[in-house]
Design a binder for this molecule. Structure first.
Ligand SMILES: C[S@@+](CC[C@H](N)C(=O)[O-])C[C@H]1O[C@@H](n2cnc3c(N)ncnc32)[C@H](O)[C@@H]1O
Length: 377
């Protein structure tokens, strides 16, 4: 067992099994051993690659999306430009570089980053201060609720997948929560099933996705697994409340599904799947995001768009034209890289379908860019 596994094992020995949500929160956020506190997660020499690492086109198109939305809503000045979980800061750096085509946008933007890792805050500070971006006025926050008042443009790429998830299994006795306990010899962490109902099972029907509402719990086959991310639900509702009241828009991009998946908890280390319980804090731990649950959480607080595939969204925003422009001044080797990146971002067998884009805007607002073909539910 590594150091964090030993800490968790001691806690379980004293207090009993913990929820998967608790386990995720500790594995990713433990102050000393948590994954995002200590590991170099990103890029070819890390554990995984995100869309902004694949190509500058991703952040650039999102930057131009922000400029267009800002223009459509009447160019508020100032406004909050917000990113949740900015990682290495690549998305926001590329976005701000592209947004320089409209200097008034940059003048009006107050940049707010929601990031709990002090180490990554420094990486983000350095990325944004690079000479071709030159952005030094940044405010960091530990949570969305700490943002100042006012209209917001909010971007969250691969952020919600890291928020803690509960897992439930359908048993002959009814739904039971999956927990993390100890093996008989106490030498390893292992999955266990709660013997009776746990607090997470009794979440309110309005807060829970349809399949987990008490009334719907009997509808699955024995052995079926359902997941529920209460923090993602609360955050999405807070985003919708903020946008509904103060104006703006949000873009949530992540891998996920639109209702009805099973066990999606996964650990990734060095670009390969890894045992979820073996080395907490040393592998990235995520679940696929349930966009149907996010839509349900928004209710009538705001209007939601999508989710649509990332491929469709980026194509609507003009990624093909952007790729061609970049190729004009590229060497043959660079042009090949641009074509490969374009393919990875949009192809259905790569990130084009599994990764989805979900938009939030005030009730009554016109469709957001990229969702123009979508009919709001
Ligand atoms: C997978 S990374 C996101 C990568 C980045 N958005 C990108 O596109 O490359 C998750 C990010 O969220 C941050 N994070 C994770 N859990 C968090 C939490 N509960 N509150 C704030 N930030 C969190 C991590 O430190 C990291 O910056």
């Amino acid at each position: 067992m590594n150091a964090l596994a030993k800490i968790l094992a001691r806690r379980i020995a004293l207090q009993g099994p913990i929820t998967i949500a608790d386990y995720m929160a500790e594995a990713l956020g433990h102050p000393k051993h948590g994954y995002y506190r200590v590991r170099n997660a990103f890029g070819a020499d890390g554990d995984f690659i995100t869309a902004p690492d694949i190509s500058q086109m991703f952040g650039e198109l999102i930057g131009l999306w922000c400029v267009e939305v800002w223009d459509r809503i009447g160019r508020p000045a100032p406004f909050n430009l917000v990113e949740l979980g900015p990682g290495r800061g690549a998305l926001m750096s590329d976005a701000l570089r592209a947004a320089a085509v409209v200097p008034e946008f940059r003048d009006a933007a107050a940049l707010h980053l929601v990031e709990t890792s002090q180490r990554l805050r420094q990486v983000q500070r350095d990325a944004l201060a690079q000479r071709d971006i030159g952005w030094r006025d940044v405010s960091w926050h530990n949570g969305f609720d700490q943002l100042p008042d006012g209209p917001c443009l909010i971007v969250a790429n691969e952020f919600l997948d890291a928020l803690p998830a509960h897992q439930f299994e359908c048993t002959p006795q009814g739904w039971r929560e999956r927990l993390v306990g100890l093996s008989k010899d106490g030498d390893s962490l292992q999955l266990a099933l709660a013997p009776g109902p746990t607090p997470a099972l009794s979440l309110s029907p309005t807060g829970a996705p349809a399949g987990l509402d008490p009334a719907g719990l009997g509808n699955d086959d024995i052995g079926a697994i359902r997941e529920f991310q209460p923090t993602a639900i609360t955050l999405t509702r807070a985003i919708a409340d903020r946008i509904g009241q103060a104006g703006g828009a949000a873009l949530i991009i992540d891998y996920g599904y639109d209702g009805g998946a099973g066990d999606t908890l996964q650990a990734v280390r060095k670009h390969a799947f890894h045992d979820v319980l073996q080395t907490p804090g040393e592998a990235d731990l995520t679940v696929h995001v349930d966009f149907a649950a996010l839509r349900h959480a928004i209710g009538s607080a705001a209007q939601s768009f999508g989710p649509i595939g990332q491929g469709e969204f980026l194509s609507e925003l003009g990624i093909a034209v952007r790729a061609q422009m970049l190729m004009k001044s590229a060497s043959p080797a660079q042009a090949k890289d641009i074509a490969t990146a374009h393919h990875r971002l949009i192809d259905a067998d790569e990130m084009g379908t599994l990764f989805k884009v979900f938009g939030v805007a005030p009730n009554g607002a016109a469709a957001l860019p990229g969702f123009d073909q979508e009919v709001a539910p």
